[in-house]
Write a protein that binds this ligand. Structure first.
Ligand code: JDH
Length: 398
């Protein structure tokens, strides 16, 4: 595999010469080349940036040096049929999120060119031009802000290169694949000594009972995943593949509209026009969006469903916490489609570890809602207090 890096800070890539890719390069598996973008400038100051068209803060990388870099690094004629084109990777905060699937995709390419920007980024025409000569991926390492693309390119390189055949022990990587497919985080690992600074290796790992060890490790993996990455345990799509995603602050306006549409019906059914949800303002919605874990569904761009959940300290008789579920909202034209039920399942699944019961309120006269909740395992609780005109339903977790 050939790897090119273009950057105004080529020294960032010095570690490639001594790290694991360095060893692979020595064995001929990799052909690594680092380039200073400024070699493709021609003015006395080797200028690579200029002010942005349309105004705004900061500077933007000029296109010309990048064009000359591609002229030097990319073939000037299209690849013959059957032969793969190079892939240009632009690391950028607005790219698709890097993950293992993407690492595997890049590992299948013959030639990667990493274009590492600085300042506010690179003139978009550089990306558009690269698309005419190569496969192009705009990739973000994650949802946090770096000062430039170099560190992201290094991380991507390490994730890709370790997947190449002949790199690292292949037997070990096969074992790794099988566990990655469980969709869980790894279980904790231990080695000798059995006691260390007052901490013991769990007895089960020294029992020699392999079935018990496997069960314990699985239980630990599930527990960790629930606590640290509940998103991995959530079936976050509807039957037809439509994703259920976390609400963003910008969803407040559409949520207000959906809420009014839904609660007018609820209010009429219960002869209760003073339902608070009906009279909230945009600012009210913005406020509760910050206090509740809120999820939404879009169909063709339109916000058609929502649900929210919030942890409450347990009350009388509860030994854990409650997960307060509310505002299950489905656009009027999609009611009865199963979307409400899917949202209810979803909000239970994303409740954090430590929650032992779910609770929700609905109108005393909203018989159809109550039936849906009962089908989902909720029980009407006449013994618990509810606001006038409402009823409480609860369910033990799992
Ligand atoms: C490449 C320049 C710095 C910083 C504007 C964007 C608010 C634009 N995961 C990742 N984070 N950052 C990068 C990355 C950063 C880069 C370049 C990659 C080139 N920069 C830069 C801030 C902005 N900013 C985020 N918004 C929330 C506005 C550029 C990266 C990767 N991969």
């Amino acid at each position: 595999m050939r790897l090119d890096y273009v950057s105004i800070f080529p020294d960032f890539f010095a570690p490639l010469a001594l790290s694991l890719p360095g060893k692979a390069a020595a064995s001929g598996l990799l052909d690594v080349r680092v380039h200073d973008l400024r070699t493709w400038t021609h003015d006395r100051h080797r200028t690579v940036d200029d002010s942005p068209y349309g105004g705004g803060a900061g500077m933007v990388m000029r296109p010309e040096p990048w064009g000359e870099a591609f002229d030097a690094l990319l073939p000037d004629r299209p690849a013959p049929p059957g032969e793969s084109r190079p892939t240009v990777v632009f690391t950028t905060p607005s790219g698709e999120r890097f993950d293992q699937r993407l690492a595997e995709e890049l590992a299948s390419r013959d030639h990667l060119v990493f274009a590492c920007g600085r300042y506010e980024g690179i003139d978009q025409r550089v990306v558009d031009h690269a698309r005419e000569r190569a496969e192009v991926r705009e990739i973000s390492l994650g949802d946090y802000v770096l000062n430039g693309g170099e560190v992201a390119a290094l991380a991507i390189t390490e994730a890709v290169v370790r997947l190449l055949p002949g790199f690292m022990g292949n037997a070990a990587s096969l074992v790794e694949e099988s566990h990655a497919e469980s969709g869980l985080l790894e279980y904790p690992v231990y080695t000798k000594p059995p006691q260390w600074r007052g901490h013991e290796v769990p007895a089960v790992l020294r029992s020699g009972d392999h079935a018990k060890i496997a069960a314990w490790r699985h239980e630990q993996a599930v527990r960790r995943t629930a606590e640290r990455r509940p998103d991995l345990l959530t079936p976050s799509v509807l039957d037809d593949g439509t994703p259920i995603v976390r609400a963003a602050p910008g969803d407040a306006g559409e949520l207000l509209t959906l809420q009014r549409a839904c609660w007018v019906q609820e209010a009429l059914a219960n002869d209760m026009l003073d339902i608070p949800a009906l009279h909230e303002s945009l600012d009210d919605v913005r406020t509760w969006l910050g206090e509740w874990d809120t999820w939404v569904v879009r169909r063709a761009g339109r916000l058609v469903g929502a649900v929210r959940g919030r942890r409450e300290p347990g009350t009388d008789g509860e030994d854990g916490d409650l997960w307060d579920i509310g505002r299950i909202m489905v656009a009027p034209d999609l009611q009865g489609s199963g979307l409400g039920r899917a949202l209810l399942e979803h909000i239970q699944a994303v409740a954090p570890a430590g929650v032992t019961s779910y609770v929700l309120f609905t109108g005393a006269a909203s018989v159809r809602n109550q039936q849906m909740y009962k089908k989902a395992g909720f029980r009407l609780r006449r013994d618990l207090p509810a606001p006038p005109g409402a009823v409480v339903l609860t369910k033990r977790r799992r």
